[in-house]
Design a protein around this ligand. Structure first.
Ligand SMILES: [Zn+2]
Length: 282
């Protein structure tokens, strides 16, 4: 498929995260190299009209695609305390401040509740532009609280992942979030409240290794990079060429790691149908 031929996206968990070029009226497709009118792209679900390549979209845009109307946002004000007083090329506190300014968010996830085809649901969407969508203490706590709201209300949970994995600047604290969220999801499972995981480009590291792969149904967007370690790291480690399309949604579906690959235009209806199946008609 055509999107396999594009360049590997470089995503580093830093401020230089490059997704979609936001300047100019025209944009080149990462997959087919055709030039697309930006307005047509934005009006067309951010999918290339020539080849069907799914561009990355931000968390706000994603919420609009899911909810019927307005939604309520939870825990927006929660911020990291920089528990390790971490400094790499700059201090983590400064990095967080810069990210807050550029994204308008306080951390890498938005947790919201509203109606999806008439059914009340909890939806958490990760924001890749906020330090590579990395999961630290705030993302862990906000998602855990969303799971608890789902449990209390018996409203289904949908988590849309876009992440480079755990947040290194929080060290072991970020790794603890894997266990915390997974334990909360187990309670949701025991209570038989559905959890649908949507994996978008890219979903890797500790996010794949915890909640992203724990859905009652795990759905990938077409062409999304999904894995634990990135393909380049694996190639360098095992010194072998990886098969074509390795770690892309379609490859994972074929090998049993995903339950479905669903186009962005059909995702909402697909999820609604799945929830009808689990819970009865809304
Ligand atoms: Zn294209």
């Amino acid at each position: 498929m055509s999107w396999f031929t594009r360049k590997e996206p470089s995503f580093q968990p830093d401020d230089s995260e490059r997704t979609v070029i936001t300047e100019g009226l025209w944009q080149k497709c990462d997959a087919c190299s055709q030039v697309i009118w930006r307005k047509a792209l934005e009006e067309g679900w951010n999918i290339c009209p020539k080849c069907g390549f799914h561009f990355r979209i931000d968390a706000q845009t994603r919420l609009k695609l899911f909810f019927d109307g307005d939604w309520e946002v939870f825990d927006h004000g929660m911020t990291s305390t920089n528990p390790l007083e971490f400094v790499d090329s700059r201090s983590y506190t400064d990095r967080l401040a810069a990210m807050r300014k550029s994204t308008g968010l306080n951390d890498a996830v938005i947790c919201a509740a509203g109606k999806l085809h008439g059914r009340r649901v909890q939806i958490c969407v990760m924001e890749l532009k906020f330090i590579g969508g990395s999961m630290g203490s705030v993302v862990g706590e906000k998602i855990t609280r969303a799971v608890e709201r789902s449990l209390k209300e018996r409203s289904p949970l949908i988590i849309v992942s876009a992440s480079g994995g755990a947040r290194m600047q929080e060290g072991a604290v970020s790794l603890m979030q894997l266990a915390k969220i997974s334990a909360a999801l187990m309670l949701l499972d025991e209570a038989k409240v559905p959890f649908i995981s949507v994996l978008t480009d890219p979903t890797t590291g500790g996010v794949t290794a915890s909640f992203a792969m724990l859905g009652d149904i795990n759905i990938g967007e077409p062409g999304a990079l999904i894995g634990f370690a990135g393909p380049r790291v694996i190639e360098q480690t095992i010194r072998q060429k990886l098969p074509e399309g390795f770690q892309r949604s379609e490859f994972l579906l074929e090998h049993g790691f995903l339950d479905a690959v669903v186009k962005r235009t059909e995702m909402k209806d697909y999820i609604a149908g799945t929830l009808d199946f689990f819970c009865g008609k809304a």
